[in-house]
Design a protein around this ligand. Structure first.
Ligand SMILES: *Cc1c(COP(=O)(O)O)cnc(C)c1O
Length: 379
């Protein structure tokens, strides 16, 4: 039997990426700007709809950093952030010398809990500081409760940074994820649903904001024949070569979404007969790209089989799986910051596992995965 490694999520090229790269070389556009950057931005804006504007950047982390900068976040400010996420959602708060305030998830979407969010805002205001922004995340491509979160944000007049790094191809009530917040963030890292080898983008509804973002992302050069600067700038633009990969990937994005959704359907079927295991599931008014499929294990119903039992069994068969994101308020680097909510995120971390979800997994891969699950749970 084939024993090559099955990855959680690996790059999956569509086929035309190299043609775009070749074109970049032939025209000598080997720079952090060029026709592929413009083309990729247009492809993304068209895909997302809502008349949005897209700025292609060097990473999703850079996009989050710039999002906070254009929202005016400064040293000493407070920024609310979903605790259950990847560290890249929270790190840019620290880059700016601001204070992250972490908020728990809710059990149904695994994303930021609207009730805990409001408690946090009310308490921070009572303590003297109104948070400058709310970073909400569509974890594993499952949309957060946009209507409820927006209602809280509007009530207290706080902008939403929508971390859609995992959710390109997901939608909430028919509207594409990435366009739901005041500013949206996408990632094209190697493990994401499409990749540019490394890259990200910022999504805005405002042409002026896009202009400002591109300005800051290219060293904040004022209009002058010499180098003139009246603001601090960054080198955060996407290269034309990477954008070429992105244009090729956009041609297969819909296929990737369908393939990942079909992995989630596969897991639902496999685990149907396993008591105590539930597969992550999006709300009815949403579409999830299921960037990663994930499960929750209730030990009380599985005769002591935990996510570690399953993870180690996969590992022995050269199959990668991984615990869910460890909440930020439990990370050593963020442990001292304020936290609001209960133990939902912690329980998700303790009992949840992400499973191989790539759009390039074969039927044979699925059989290997299924065999391990059947052995572990004796079904
Ligand atoms: C991947 C990811 C990021 C960061 O994107 P990069 O392009 O890797 O910098 C941010 N937030 C979340 C939730 C992510 O999964």
């Amino acid at each position: 039997m084939n024993t090559t490694k099955i990855w959680l999520s690996s790059p999956h090229m569509g086929g035309r990426e190299q043609e775009y790269i070749k074109e970049a070389f032939e025209t000598n556009w080997i720079a952090p700007l060029g026709p592929h950057v413009t083309g990729f931005e247009q492809d993304l804006a068209h895909y997302l709809g809502q008349d949005c504007q897209v700025a292609a950047l060097s990473s999703g982390t850079a996009a989050l950093h710039l999002a906070l900068i254009v929202l005016g976040v400064q040293a000493g400010d407070e920024v609310i952030c979903q605790s259950m996420t990847f560290a890249a959602s929270a790190n840019p708060i620290a880059y700016l010398g601001a204070t992250p305030v972490f908020v728990d998830s809710e059990a149904d979407t695994w994303n930021i809990c609207p009730k805990a969010l409001e408690e946090a805002i009310v308490d921070r205001i009572a303590k003297g500081k109104k948070p400058k922004a709310i970073i909400a995340v569509h974890l594993y491509g499952v949309p957060f409760k946009a209507k409820e979160i927006k209602a809280v944000a509007t009530k207290y007049q706080i902008p939403i940074v929508e971390d859609s790094a995992e959710a390109l191809g997901s939608a909430y009530e028919g509207q594409a994820c990435g366009t739901l917040g005041d500013i949206g963030v996408l990632s094209f890292n190697g493990n994401k649903i499409i990749t540019t080898s490394g890259g990200g983008a910022l999504v805005t509804h405002n042409a002026k904001t896009k202009e400002k973002i591109v300005f800051i992302a290219t060293q904040a050069r004022d209009q002058a024949p010499h180098y003139q600067h009246s603001e601090i700038g960054y080198n955060y633009r996407m290269s034309n070569v990477c954008a070429g990969i992105g244009r090729g990937q956009m041609e297969v994005l819909d296929q990737h979404v369908k393939a990942r959704q079909s992995m989630q359907a596969f897991y639902k079927e496999v685990f149907q007969e396993v008591p105590g295991v539930s597969v992550m599931q999006a709300q009815e008014n949403t579409v999830a790209n299921y960037w990663l499929s994930a499960i929750l294990i209730d030990e009380k119903q599985t005769k002591g089989i935990t996510r570690e039992t399953l993870r180690l069994a996969f590992e022995r068969e050269n199959i990668e799986s991984r615990p869910l994101w460890k909440p930020m308020h439990r990370q050593p680097v963020f442990a001292a910051y304020p936290y609001y909510g209960g133990t939902v995120a912690e329980e998700l971390f303790d009992n949840g596992l992400c499973l191989p979800s790539g759009s390039n997994l074969t039927d044979e891969d699925r059989q290997r995965i299924k065999k391990v699950i059947k052995q572990v749970f004796a079904v």
